[in-house]
Structures are given as C-alpha cells and as structure tokens.
Design a protein around this ligand. Structure first.
Ligand SMILES: *Cc1c(COP(=O)(O)O)cnc(C)c1O
Length: 227
C-alpha cells in the first residue's frame, strides 16, 4: 500500500460512519490525488480556483467530487460553476447570487456552506451569526433557486490550546443548530458541519463535525515554494 493510501485508511478507520473525509490536495500534484483516488477516496478539497480547475481538467475521467474550501471571489465563480460539488466558503449574499447565476447557466444546483469566523485570529474569513441571519432573511436570498445551503463551515484558531479549539468548534455547532431550527427545520439537506483539519479533527468529531477537511496528514507537508 502506498503511503497516501495508508494514511487514508488509517484516518477512515477512526471516523464515525456519519463523518465524511474531504482530502485537501492543495499544492500537491494530480498524481497524488490519483493515488488517493485509487485508495477509494472520492471527495477532494482545494482552496484556490485556478488550482482546482487545473486538477479537475487533468483528472476529468475520474468520478471525483471537488470541494472548494478556500475564499472565493465573485469574479471567479464562473470557472468552477459547471463542476464543483460543494463550496464551503460562502460569506456574502453577493457571492451566493453569483453562484446562483452561474449554476443556473449550467442547469445545476450548487451545494454551499456558510463560512463562520470562529477563531480568535483576525485574518480568517467568515460571517458571524447576525450577518448570516441577515442573508437568510433577505428577499435576495429567498429568490435564489440554484443554490442549496447544506450547512456551515469554520476553522478553529491555530493553537495548541485544546480547550480553546473545543470552545470554538462548540460555538460553530450552536450556530449550526440555531440556523437549522430557525431556517431549515423542514430541509433535511441542511445537515453538514464542516470542521476539523489535520491538527484538530479528533476534537472536531467529538464536537459534532460531519465533514473533516484534512490535508497534511494524508499528503505530507505542503511545499509552497515548489507549487
Ligand atoms: C488547507 C486547508 C485545510 C487542511 O489543512 P491541513 O492542516 O493540511 O489538514 C482545511 N481547510 C481549509 C479551509 C484549508 O485551507
């Protein structure tokens, strides 16, 4: 078994049945994705549009579900709308409207997650609860037919303070529960809580994650210089 295959099977053996693994392949070549694919992995995450498009093109023959997990600029939606399986990083109504427009052009409905800012760091993208509610209550949102909000995504602080990370994940779970109750109680598709990365996925699962986004513990460290 290859190293990548071994890493995947080890992680999968520890995942509860209801938790999906998004293999984050950013900065790693298409061959690495293919190796993971051959080990049975089907969902892959990329954080940059250009890299996502080029890997999609290169691996078009494989039945891969491509997830965009990084920040998305409205002017780049058109490059991915025809094939992306899920967008984890929706953080504005304007972006949702653009995804809707291009999904319609492609006769598709695109699954989306609302990204929340739960970390203490300033730099991370994402909404707070009131901003999300403003979107969900807006007339603009209610008119959208080609996007489906399937849940929420967030990133915990980059920290070795386990209790801080746990608190942040737990906060995201409360946001998820609140939105589900208030806006999606009769929509079973609102069911995803995307949280947990290589360093904190165990905690994320204990706090209710349904989707972990894991890169370096599958593919090894990223070498941005060689990208
Ligand atoms: C890179 C990235 C991950 C995976 O990070 P690892 O620490 O390598 O597991 C998860 N989520 C997002 C949004 C990322 O950009």
């Amino acid at each position: 078994m290859s190293e990548i295959a071994g890493n995947i099977s080890l992680i999968k053996s520890k995942l509860p049945d209801n938790v999906k693994l998004v293999a984050v392949s950013k900065t790693h070549p298409a061959e690495a994705v293919k190796e993971a694919y051959l080990a049975g992995q089907r969902i892959f995450g990329e954080n940059k549009v250009q890299e996502l498009v080029s890997k999609y093109e290169e691996l078009k023959d494989l039945d891969i579900k491509w997830h965009l997990i990084g920040h998305l600029q409205t002017n780049k939606v058109k490059y991915i709308a025809s094939f992306v399986d899920m967008i984890h990083s929706v953080d504005s109504l304007k972006l949702l409207e653009e995804i809707d427009k291009h999904s319609e052009k492609n006769s598709r409905v695109t699954d989306c997650l609302l990204q929340f800012h739960i970390a203490t760091e300033e730099t991370k993208f994402g909404l707070d609860l009131s901003e999300a509610e403003e979107i969900l209550n807006s007339a603009g949102f209610k008119g959208l037919k080609n996007v489906k909000i399937c849940g929420v995504m967030g990133m915990a602080s980059f920290s070795d303070d386990e209790s801080l990370i746990r608190t942040e994940f737990s906060e995201l779970r409360s946001i998820y529960n609140k939105l589900k109750q208030t806006y999606f109680s009769d929509h079973t598709y609102f069911s995803e809580l995307s949280m947990g990365m290589s360093s904190d996925w165990n905690i994320a699962i204990e706090e209710g994650s349904t989707m972990i986004r894991v890169g370096s513990i599958i593919f090894g460290n990223r070498n941005y210089l060689l990208k």
